[in-house]
Structures are given as C-alpha cells and as structure tokens.
Design a protein around this ligand. Structure first.
Ligand code: APR
Length: 263
C-alpha cells in the first residue's frame, strides 16, 4: 500500500471537486471499516472469509417469506457477525467529511451501497441508498418504506397495511431488482455528474459499479479514495491511497480552502 497521498494529489482532487458543475460520490463498505463494520472483499472481508453468498437470496425469500423472516430475526454465521457490528457502529470522520460536502452544497448527491445508515446519521441529506437501509422495511408490491421498529412481527411475513403486499427488509437481497425509485435517482445523478468521488468500494457489484464508468465515459473525473487498487483505479484521474476516515477529512479541508479563496 502506498504511503499517504501527496499534497499535490489532494489539491488536484480538491480543485476538481470544487470546480465541478455536479459533484457526486459513490461509497461502499470501505467507508464503514473504521466504524468497525468489516468489508465484504479484500483484507478482513466477510466474503473473503466465508465465500461469496449465493446469488439467489431474493428467490429464497419469495419461495418462503415466513422462513426467510425467521432466519433474518435469528441471524447466524456471517450475517450474525454483520448484524452485531451494524448495531454498534457509529459514523466515522469519513462519513462526517462527506456530510460536510453536502452541507456546503458541493456534493449534489451521495450514492451509497452501504445499508448501515451511517451516512444519514452523519448528516448527509442528498443520499441514495441503492442497496437499502437495514433499519427500514419495504413492501414488495407498492414500495412503501417504514421503520423496522414500526411494524408488527407477530405474524410473519408482515403484510403491508396499504396494499396487502408482502413486507421485506429494505436491504436489497442478491438477485433482487434495485427498487425503481432509488435506481431512477442514481441514474439521474450519473447522467449529470462530471466529478465523482469513489470511496471505499471494490466496484465489483452492478448496477452501482456502472455509475462511475458512465461518468468517465462522458468525460467526467473520477477520484478514488481507497487504501488499495480497485476495478475502477485505471479509470480514475486521481487515486488517494489511504483509509477514508483519514483521507476524506483532508480532502474536504482543501475543498473548503479552494472555495474560500474563490469567494
Ligand atoms: N477506507 C476506504 N476504503 C477501504 C477501507 C478504508 N478504511 N478499508 C477497505 N477499503 C476498501 C477495500 O480496498 C475495497 O476496495 O473498500 C472496498 C470494499 O469493497 P467491498 O467489500 O467489495 O464492498 P463494496 O464495494 O461496498 O461491495 C458492494 O457487494 O456484497 C455486496 O451488497 C454488498 O453493497 C455490497 C456490494
């Protein structure tokens, strides 16, 4: 792993973000590693340890929603490990740095693959949770979302009070289509974005991994924040090697300086 990024790279990245017409970010599990949540791939990854999960999770759910809910309420193995860390996790400086870019109006939207709710807790408002949020449930018929704490779990699977559809966790299972409302937002972002910060993702899962490719193909700038190389590294104008919790606050400091000198 290279040493921390050069001052020159940090400044170049800050300039690109500050002068972008539409800056956005795509984040993955690496953002939450410093909050105690293991990534899926790479060093310490859950899938690295236990193998990639089967790709038919959604099919399994549909075949027996009651059993799937019982398994979810009594998680075992890697999912138990993940649930435990999710409950205890708090936002880290990387989440707060991106929330600051949102607050000062520089970051137009943050697309996250993470279901851990940490970007929202850190204060990000323009947020698209493409793989859902573990604290929410969603009706598979009408798409209505509610807090998991607000539904009655005496009967499984829970049934939507609005339309009678089956309610599932909002977290998108393998093989489940991305909900159309959040997918449309992500596509609009990718269509307008001319500078995307790609932080903490191996960029191996679609459709999320395709958004930065679309930005690049339209001549946009990609800025990577990752201790290691990813599938996207070759397409990135700047790769800031290091942990997001350290790099993003440095980057945001320089964006604020750049804007400060501009006004
Ligand atoms: N800071 C920044 N990046 C980090 C850090 C860190 N402290 N630690 C690890 N990383 C990087 C790794 O180098 C890797 O590139 O984060 C990335 C994590 O990759 P994955 O574990 O594959 O996570 P992600 O890209 O979000 O996976 C996408 O796969 O299993 C599904 O639904 C799951 O949303 C997830 C999707």
């Amino acid at each position: 792993m290279e040493d921390r990024p050069s001052e020159e790279d940090l400044r170049k990245a800050a300039e690109a973000i500050a002068h972008a017409t539409y800056a956005a970010a795509l984040t993955g599990a690496g953002l939450s590693v410093e909050s105690g949540i293991p990534p899926f791939r790479g060093p310490g990854g859950l899938w690295t340890k236990h193998g990639e999960p089967p790709l038919n999770g959604f099919e399994e759910f549909l075949s027996d929603p009651k059993a799937a809910w019982e398994a979810r309420l009594n998680p075992r193995g890697p999912m138990l490990e993940l649930w435990r860390t999710l409950q205890d996790a708090k936002p880290n400086p990387g989440h707060y740095a991106l929330a600051e870019l949102d607050r000062i109006g520089i970051l137009r939207c943050l697309i996250t693959q993470n279901v851990d709710d940490l970007h929202s807790q850190a204060g990000s408002r323009e947020l698209a949770e493409i793989h859902g949020n573990y604290r929410l449930v969603r009706c598979l018929e009408c798409g209505d979302r509610n807090s998991r704490d607000d539904i009655n779990l005496d009967e499984l699977p829970p049934i939507c009070a609005k339309c009678g559809g089956i309610i599932k966790s909002d977290t998108v299972s393998f093989g489940e289509p991305i909900p159309v409302d959040v997918l449309a937002i992500c596509q609009q972002v990718a269509d307008q974005c001319d500078c995307m910060i790609v932080a903490g993702t191996s960029a191996t899962v679609y459709p999320a991994a395709h958004f930065p490719v679309q930005v690049r193909q339209r001549g946009g700038t990609l800025i990577e924040v990752n201790p290691y190389e990813s599938e996207l590294t070759p397409m990135c104008s700047i790769s800031l090697r290091g942990p997001a919790g350290e790099i993003l606050p440095l980057l945001v400091e320089r964006v604020a300086e750049t804007i400060g000198t501009r006004s």
